[in-house]
Write a protein that binds this ligand. Structure first.
Ligand SMILES: [Zn+2]
Ligand SMILES: [Zn+2]
Length: 252
């Protein structure tokens, strides 16, 4: 069992240290645990995000995980990742960062349009134009080749019974399929009854033939102990006939 969607208290809205998550994962029998805390961004403005680690904390994050990887190497494999939006103007900074640090992978968390300095949050009810923008951003990210999978692809909040939802989300699914990139079934949203993951989206994914990966999106270490939610989600996806995977592409 593997999970690549794990936060830490560094992003200010999760709790527990890296080591707490590792110990929980070992207890549950995970063979590999990937950390994907919310990436910092190097903003042009004086904007200060309160939902992601500070830029000067990235080094500590990576070094802590390198140390823990060594400490627990006989019990579990540790991967170092980040959850990143697709902020087009800051992608050069992201590419440089991925070169400068031993980061194994990043996942796409398309939370905000443009940048969170000015852009809207995609998890709130969207207009048609905004839904299209969400999908366009996802597709650009998929085509960039930087991201290993799409986290909560159905974060975009729009009437799921509207044919426009089907039309737009199908574009996302087709791009992911073409790039052989898994789409995540998000356990945090599932266990807290958010608007995602939603059945309509995963029916489209089934129709397109996407691979689906279960992501815990752990914001507390105990989420990795909750095997009941994990098994429920797995059974649901299997029942829907979706192809599950645990394999992602790494940067190094
Ligand atoms: Zn996210
Ligand atoms: Zn997350």
């Amino acid at each position: 069992m593997k999970n690549y969607h794990t936060h830490t208290k560094r992003c200010y809205h999760a709790i527990d240290n890296e080591e707490d998550y590792i110990l929980a994962a070992i207890k549950s029998g995970y063979s590999e645990l990937g950390f994907s805390d919310h990436t910092p961004w190097h903003y042009d403005s004086s904007f200060h995000s309160t939902m992601r680690m500070e830029e000067d904390k990235l080094e500590g994050y990576v070094n802590t995980l390198l140390g823990l990887r060594e400490k627990y190497k006989n019990q579990i494999s540790i991967k170092i990742g980040l959850e990143c939006e697709y902020f087009e103007k800051y992608i050069p900074w992201l590419k440089k960062t991925l070169k400068n640090y031993p980061i194994d992978y990043i996942i796409l968390g398309n939370h905000f349009d443009d940048t969170d300095e000015t852009g809207i949050y995609f998890g709130r009810p969207l207009t048609q134009q905004q839904l299209t923008k969400y999908v366009d951003n996802c597709i650009k990210a998929i085509h960039s080749g930087l991201y290993s999978y799409v986290a909560h692809p159905d974060l975009a909040c729009y009437k799921t019974d509207d044919p426009f939802y089907y039309q737009e989300m199908k574009r996302l699914c087709l791009a992911a399929k073409e790039a052989n990139m898994p789409l995540e079934f998000n356990l945090l949203g599932y266990s807290t009854n958010r608007h995602y993951p939603n059945t309509t989206f995963f029916k489209i994914a089934k129709e397109v033939g996407n691979k689906v990966i279960i992501g815990t999106d752990a914001h507390e270490s105990s989420a990795l102990l909750d095997m009941q939610t994990y098994q429920q989600a797995k059974a649901l996806l299997e029942q829907m006939g979706l192809e599950l995977t645990e394999e992602i592409k790494f940067l190094r």
